[in-house]
Design a protein. Structure first.
Lengths: 273, 347
């Protein structure tokens, strides 16, 4: 085999691999794009109201890393929950979100000056088409928060920036809770659609952002002193494959690679010829 | 002589109180008056919005002087991190065995349940020093309704605020979510968490009384002042230049805030205590101050030296048969001036 021929074969192999990866990588990536929490559609979700229902075991679990929220409050950097696991299912009417995280101590009573409760919250953009500031949104782009703490139970909140949290009089969200073997499991259940413009309505035509927060009462965590995730999204939007621009980018990258290889091959051949 | 009165930004007037520590007999009538008016039951059992503590002593809550809070510098950009006192440091509100002790002749009166190991006034009258030169004095304390309240700054929800019309510091019970950053942020530990209502609560300077909102529609001073057996408190506005508080604080400079180094600028002021000199073992008076001056400086700052000198000078003037406006104010020889709460009503 001549030198030119060897080069041509090598280039062809590289080109083949590049094409293959250009085709396969998007498929792999779209099976779970970054910061996506997959959702499962079920017939009747009633069983999922229980955090210990066996049905939850068949739902894909997404571990979400958590870090101290930069609230500026005293000791804000000292948080103890560093990850949670989130599972989401929905049926025709309701969405069920189970959040689980490790916390060896059950802080479910506020009896004196220094006791605080364990808690967890899900934050959604009030307007699902927006992406508000991660720290409780802003006055222009508010957030709807589903909140539970071990002492006071469930609350639904509206916030437009730090310090503006306001509870709804009648929460539209329900919770059920289990603490076992050093682990909290909290299920939030709510109708997909909402009856108020201050509540996030989950339509089947677009993704919905969500962020998670957790508080460890025995570490005196409360208010903005908490562990939080960055924004994740629930892929309620049409079809698999994530956002359309992502597919376009992959297609452009694939074509570019093919063009470069083709040009290289022809250059090598013409020099050899 | 006119002095500048610095009010907090956006405040029309500033309520203020002067307490003459030389007149306090530690009877706790102010404490009881406050307690029965504001803090009975419903998670408030342990709270004393007004307390009277013995100094030197641990105070209420125990060790509050070392619990942090306040501002790091005069620029007031950064706050000292504070701590929430432990419930044991306030003292648990125990019940007594009245029934057995009083009606069943079953042993002495004692707390029910576990023997308490600390409570408000646990170290009452202990003080410091050795016989015959032991010493102590009482310090009644309420919220200082500070000009630069670090509790207000500490709240991430702006639930603690300073009232525009008179600078009273209040907790908006609807906004409060019980985070307790105000409790740790107050260097005087004069905000209390209510574990039943799940909100923080504090001294209101009896604002309904000073507004004349009571059943008789009359203006009254705060209950701690009106109940005081020796009438040691003067109540009015710091910026009322004709009032006794302005004279004592700004002109004579004998009324001083407690722990000025916390930099919150309290609006409760104290006339520092003058005590008899020390005695020798055989009972002769010796020329040594009974209350160490450095202790008073630690409580009231270096200005206490001039204040004590002025008080001593004016007192001697009266002793020699002269007259002293300062001593007249402190003796309430004109009682109408002790409480001046309606001077700005026409505004």
């Amino acid at each position: 085999m001549t030198n030119q021929r060897r080069i041509a074969v090598a280039v062809a192999v590289v080109a083949g691999l590049a094409l293959l990866s250009a085709a396969l990588v998007p498929m792999e990536a779209t099976s779970r794009p970054a910061n996506q929490i997959p959702i499962e559609e079920v017939g009747d979700g009633t069983a999922y109201e229980s955090p210990t229902a066996a049905e939850w075991e068949d739902v894909p679990a997404v571990p979400v890393p958590m870090t101290a929220a930069p609230s500026g409050l005293p000791n804000a950097a000292d948080t103890s929950v560093d990850r949670a696991t989130v599972r989401v299912v929905h049926d025709d009417e309701r969405v069920y979100v189970r959040v689980a995280w490790d916390d060896a101590t059950v802080d479910d009573e506020i009896t004196d000056s220094r006791s605080f409760a364990d808690g967890v919250a899900l934050q959604f953009p009030t307007n699902a088409s927006e992406r508000p500031a991660i720290a409780m949104g802003s006055s222009r782009s508010t957030v709807n928060v589903w909140y539970w703490d071990a002492a006071e139970g469930t609350e639904e909140l509206l916030a437009g920036g730090q310090g503006s949290t306001t509870p709804f009089e009648d929460p539209a969200v329900e919770t059920s809770v289990e603490h076992d073997d050093g682990r909290w499991q909290v299920v939030f259940v709510r109708s997909l659609t909402a009856d108020s413009p201050d509540r996030t309505s989950i339509e089947m035509d677009s993704d919905v952002d969500v962020a998670v927060a957790a508080w460890n009462g025995s570490n005196m965590e409360r208010a903005g002193h908490k562990s939080t995730t960055e924004w994740y999204h629930l892929p309620f939007g049409p079809g698999p494959g994530g956002a359309p621009f992502e597919s376009i980018l992959w297609a452009v990258a694939g074509i570019a690679i093919v063009v470069v290889i083709a040009v290289t091959i022809s250059a090598v051949r013409s020099r050899g010829g | 002589m006119s002095h500048d009165v610095t009010l907090a930004e956006g405040i029309d007037h500033q309520v203020a109180m002067v307490m003459d520590l030389n007149q306090c007999i530690g009877c706790q009538t102010c404490t009881v008056g406050c307690k029965t008016t504001w803090t009975e039951g419903e998670g408030r059992d342990y709270m004393y919005w007004n307390d009277v503590e013995t100094h030197p002593g641990e105070g209420y809550p125990r060790g509050w002087e070392g619990s942090g809070g306040g501002w790091k510098s005069d620029a007031r950009q950064e706050r000292e991190v504070g701590e929430i006192p432990d419930q044991e440091d306030y003292g648990r509100p125990w019940e007594f065995n009245y029934e057995e002790a009083l009606f069943e002749d079953d042993g002495p009166l004692r707390p029910e349940g576990e023997d308490p190991e600390w409570g408000p006034n646990w170290d009452e009258d202990e003080g410091a020093g050795q016989f015959p030169n032991s010493y102590y004095f009482y310090v009644p304390r309420i919220c200082n309704h500070c000009t630069h309240p670090s509790c207000v700054e500490a709240c991430p929800r702006q639930a603690v605020y300073k009232r525009e019309e008179d600078g009273i510091v209040l907790v908006d019970q609807d906004r409060c979510r019980g985070y307790r950053y105000c409790v740790e942020g107050c260097p005087y530990k004069k905000i209390y968490y209510n574990a039943v209502t799940k909100t923080s609560e504090k001294c209101l300077f009896c604002y309904p009384r000073i507004e004349g909102e009571g059943p008789d529609d009359e203006v009254h001073p705060p209950v701690c002042a009106s109940e005081c057996t020796t009438q040691l408190r003067l109540v009015g506005y710091l910026d009322d230049r004709q009032g006794p508080i302005y004279k004592l604080v700004e002109e004579y400079e004998v009324a001083l805030p407690l722990h000025p180094e916390y930099r919150t600028d309290p609006n409760v002021y104290y006339i520092p205590p003058l005590a008899p000199d020390q005695h020798s073992p055989d009972g002769e008076t010796v020329d040594v101050e009974r209350i160490p001056r450095e202790y008073l400086e630690r409580l009231f700052g270096p200005d206490v030296n001039d204040a004590l000198e002025t008080l001593q000078r004016e007192r001697e003037k009266v002793n020699r048969g002269g007259s002293s406006e300062l001593m007249d104010i402190l003796d309430h020889t004109n009682p109408a001036k002790q409480y001046r709460l309606e001077v700005f009503n026409d505004e």
